[in-house]
Ligand binder design. Sequence first.
Ligand code: SAH
Length: 457
Amino acid sequence: MAYQKNEIITVQITDMGANGEGIGKTDDGYTLFVKDTVTGDLAEVKIIKAKKQYGYGRLMKLLQASPKRSEPFCENARACGGCQLQALSYEEQLLWKQQKVKNNLIRIGGFDDPEVLPVIGMEEPIRYRNKAQFPIGQDKEGRPVAGFYAGRTHSIIPCLDCQLGHEGNEKILTILLDWMKEYQIRPYDETTGKGLIRHCLIRRGYSTGEWMVCLVINGEKLPKAQKLVDRLKEIEGMTSITCCPNTRRDNVIMGDSIDLLWGTPWITDTIGTIKYQISPLSFYQVNPQQTEKLYSKALEYAQLEGNETVWDLYCGIGTISLFLAQKARKVYGVEIVPQAIEDAKVNAELNGMEHAEFFVGKAEEVLPRLYETEKVYADVIVVDPPRKGCDESLLDTMVQMAPKRIVYVSCDSATLARDLKILCSRGYQLEHVQPVDQFPHTVHVETVCLLSRKAPV
Ligand code: SAH
């Protein structure tokens, strides 16, 4: 039967897609994707887009709520694009993520029946993020607002206290918005490219309580900066206040340089017993409680006894590198962001780890070059690439270097599966797949895998 746009129908939701949307079939076999529903719901749905074989629907009424549901804890859950799984109970979220990794390994990786370990979850999966990037805009009356982008749009819904972040964010944002009103500092307007304040990046050291505030601005200088600094520095733990000029008109939040307004241009934090310095432009895992579990797994999988040479590719500020350096003879890190490598070098020093050495550049350029010119060696290689995964030329060099073990840390199980397929067709064997929930209530999954080199036949 053909369905029409705006038609209202009843659907049983039987599955959930990669973006967390419910998937259901009508009695006559028509497939509908319905945001805000979960497996097990019986829903009244309005069709908003109808294709021949499938369509998209909007949830109008829950006729029967799935037992897998839990009450969303945030009033903005539906409007915001951030927490796609909030309507699903946390236990079910973890099962869903385990299945997501498994499906990708089968579909994209070509593995038969891969064992994916149960996801390591959080005890209290709320207020876990140590970083927030609030877009700044204005409301209809022209007052400055901070909040989040409404799902898949760039209109800002005001919200100063996202439940995934720290309660302290609200105070910082309130000071910022009050200062903007008082001194008539204009928020940035994406459509015209005018206005000054674009984003407010806030980071907090989980174990140190240190705060970092970095304002991304559409210009070179922040007027009345001292007035803002005077108020922000009163906050307990305030350590770093900076601004970051970004006059580009694209979607990338940060600019390329940092101007110090007050304090130090970084904050510090610890994971396990290792101390880290973190600058605004450096990557740092957003869920510190889970990060320790993730890195401990990576260290366990590396199986170091003290004599090994280890390469940590995509090393950021040397977080994993220094974790490994606790047990290895020599660790080399490679990372593309120069500021992160500056942090990494300082971090090695801070922790008295002279046997960690770092290189700036693309992993897929640095490692092949060093392998060719100096025949660099590895017992273990760790990779932790961004979502797009590893470049094939890097995988090539890794295979040639023939380390005994490869530890692959991934934030995207689709590209992970693609890369594992390559490694496993070239002499490696998949030993363990361990997802760790770094991002509760979202569809994102972090996974750490161990591969070992097969004995030559
Ligand atoms: N292992 C670190 C960082 C992981 S995030 C940690 O856990 O903190 C991925 C890192 O890869 C980021 O720091 C990013 O800047 C870096 N990166 C992105 N593309 C890269 C490339 N082609 N070569 C090397 N590093 C890259």
